[in-house]
Design a binder for this molecule. Structure first.
Ligand code: SNW
Length: 286
């Protein structure tokens, strides 16, 4: 049970005072009001900044509709918090977080890893997916692990964790920045780069599509993907977190994981609590 501490009481009082004095919008960003409890750009609708080619996380299908694991999970969570009107708009990955930070979109959804650097410009929901960064190459490149990248041309999508990781850990690789994965993989297929560095599940689809090779998977468990939210929109963050945990607890998360990532090892931390074998927090009272 939640017993309000002195601090929460004070915060609530301050918030109430702010609300009553700024009811007609003083320019404060995304403040929740009685008419707009989730602090949305347009009450009752969620505008999502996403990326159209990170299959199977988020991509546009043949009819131009956004789909994928992240997209279906977000739509499910939005439904749980009472918002059925969800519009996804695709852009280059590098544009997604700035567009959320400057208030053009309510949320960013695109397998976006939660990192302290990114948390300086946006807030995040709790994490919903922790996986790998993958070095994708051709069968005849001679690259069999990240140790072979020195002196080779390595593609990354601008603004990704792969770009940051490569700068730090593959100093002798020649980085080539692309706006998106499709362009990077075209570069790989045409011999303009020797490898492309991207998210594991997206790499897997290109392996199947083009007969490419997964040379190495690097854990990115410390940066699980989350929904990016404009800084300070606490009402939306709390609602999304609640919806997200409900989707994990009733098995919806697991169903979507099996649908979109068939054959991938099932991580435990997002499963219903009675399906997790390890209990992270001892429940005995002290
Ligand atoms: O950090 C991983 C996370 O563990 C999971 O595997 C999903 O992808 C990540 O969030 C990393 N994603 C990249 C990033 O956040 C690339 C996203 C993209 O291509 N749109 O930069």
């Amino acid at each position: 049970m939640h017993v309000p501490t002195r601090r929460t009481v004070v915060t609530t009082l301050v918030a109430a005072a702010l609300l009553s004095t700024s009811a007609c919008g003083s320019g404060s960003d995304a403040a929740a009001t009685a008419d707009n409890p989730l602090g949305l750009i347009e009450p009752g609708a969620i505008r999502v900044a996403s990326v159209g080619d990170i299959r199977p996380y988020a991509y546009t299908d043949a009819s131009g509709e956004f789909t994928g694991f992240d997209v279906e999970l977000f739509r499910d969570v939005a439904g749980r918090i009472g918002v059925g009107d969800v519009t996804f708009v695709g852009q280059d990955f590098a544009a997604v977080l700035p567009a959320v930070a400057n208030g053009q979109f309510d949320v960013g959804v695109a397998a976006i890893g939660i990192t302290p650097e990114r948390q300086e410009t946006v807030d995040f929901s709790d994490g919903y997916l922790a996986g790998y960064l993958t070095v994708l190459t051709t069968p005849d490149s001679g690259i069999t692990s990240s140790g072979d990248l020195a002196g080779r041309r390595l593609g990354v999508v601008q603004g990704t964790l792969q770009e940051a990781y490569a700068l730090k850990n593959f100093p002798d690789a020649e980085l080539v920045r692309f706006p998106d994965n499709n362009t990077g993989v075209s570069g790989l297929n045409s011999g303009n780069v020797d490898a492309h560095f991207l998210d594991y599940e997206a790499a897997k689809t290109y392996v199947e599509q083009f007969g490419l090779v997964d040379a190495e998977d690097i854990p990115s468990f410390d940066a699980p993907a989350g929904f990016a939210i404009a800084e300070g929109n606490t009402a939306l963050k709390e609602a999304l977190d609640e919806g997200l945990h409900a989707a994990m607890e009733d098995g919806t998360w697991k169903e979507l994981y099996q649908k979109w990532f068939p054959g991938s090892p099932m991580p435990e931390q997002y499963l219903p609590s009675d399906e997790r074998t390890s209990s992270p927090t001892p429940t005995t009272a002290s």
